[in-house]
Design a protein around this ligand. Structure first.
Ligand code: PMV
Length: 309
């Protein structure tokens, strides 16, 4: 068995957050530029499997830390491969910011399981890998919708409806996105809970908004598949207006969105849970630098550039 490395990308939601919880579709894409990597090499005979995450200051052995997400990933992978615990050392590293709605946990699990499969000579198919990562997400994140593991393991844009088989697709035309971080921590469960409370108080008006978001997502999917990138900008604006009505935007998000649009972005909206966290801006190669500078000027803590393809 020889050493090998496997990787997996982060992800970002393009359209449909929140409404997806109520059965509407959502679109998410992989972030190819931000990846988690797992390097596996033979370890000392009889030493079992150890996992190190240098960035997290973490070192664990499969035997001792069975409940840890990374150990659980390794155990599930070995189970599915019908393999015993190898004497090996896995080192994971991730360039994906954590707790930022960018899928860092799912990507690290995917890279780790992928590395084990390759090391043991039975690489995982994307569909198997996605199911495995979903198991880990369920244990460590409550009731995930399943969108993260799908996008991250297939490494393709996904059209997702809760409880249905996700559909992967290729955009007809690649396009540039900037992801701006407000720097305001906002746990997804908090905004999801606030929307739920508001929905319970006024189910009809909230369901109307969810359905309108669903229509925007359908239109966006069609535009994406046809390569009509310019149509996505106004659809992002519409989605953002609806998210505002759900009460999940914030002054910081609005400031970054406004700055991006003023600097020439074709569209901008919050992405993920909202209340803080990230926003996305659709840009063209010639406006990337200007919009990035405007985002920083407006207070973005970090700006990530990705080519969606
Ligand atoms: O913040 P993220 O990228 O994990 O996205 C949350 C998306 C929600 O629709 C708000 C919640 C969910 O479970 O789909």
């Amino acid at each position: 068995m020889s050493a090998c490395t496997a990787t997996a990308p982060g992800k970002i939601i393009l359209f449909g957050e929140h409404a997806v919880v109520y059965g509407q579709p959502a679109l998410a894409v992989p972030l190819h530029e931000l990846r988690a990597a797992a390097y596996i090499e033979p370890g000392s005979p009889g030493g079992g499997l150890t996992i190190e995450a240098a960035d997290l200051g973490l070192r664990l052995s499969l035997a001792e830390a069975a409940a840890h997400a990374l150990a659980l990933t390794a155990r599930l992978a070995l189970e599915r491969l019908s393999a015993g615990e190898p004497d090996a050392r896995i080192t994971v590293r991730s360039g994906i910011p954590v707790a930022a709605g960018l899928g860092s946990g799912a990507a690290v699990s995917a890279a780790l399981a992928r590395a084990l499969g390759e090391y043991l000579g039975s690489p995982f198919e994307a569909v198997e890998l996605s199911a495995l990562v979903y198991e880990v997400e369920k244990v460590h994140h409550g009731t995930p919708s399943g969108i993260d593991n799908t996008v991250i393991c297939f490494e393709m844009p996904v059209y997702f409806v809760r409880g249905r088989e996700p559909v992967v697709f290729h955009p007809g035309q690649p396009f540039d996105l900037l992801i701006g971080d407000t720097g305001v921590a906002s746990p997804t469960r908090k905004t999801v809970g606030a929307v739920r409370d508001a929905w319970q108080r006024a189910p009809d008006s909230y369901e109307t908004i969810f359905a309108e978001i669903g229509s925007v997502v359908e239109a966006a999917r069609t535009a994406l598949e046809r390569g009509q990138t310019a149509r996505l900008g106004p659809l992002m604006g519409k989605n953002q207006a609806l998210l505002r009505r759900l009460g999940v935007s914030s002054p910081e998000l609005e400031r970054l969105i406004e700055a991006a649009l003023t600097a020439g972005a074709l569209g901008a909206k919050l992405s993920g849970g909202g209340g803080g966290g990230n926003m996305i801006a659709l840009v063209e190669p010639e406006t990337v630098a200007r919009v990035r500078a405007a985002l920083i000027e407006a207070g973005a803590r970090r700006v990530i550039h990705t080519l969606v393809r």
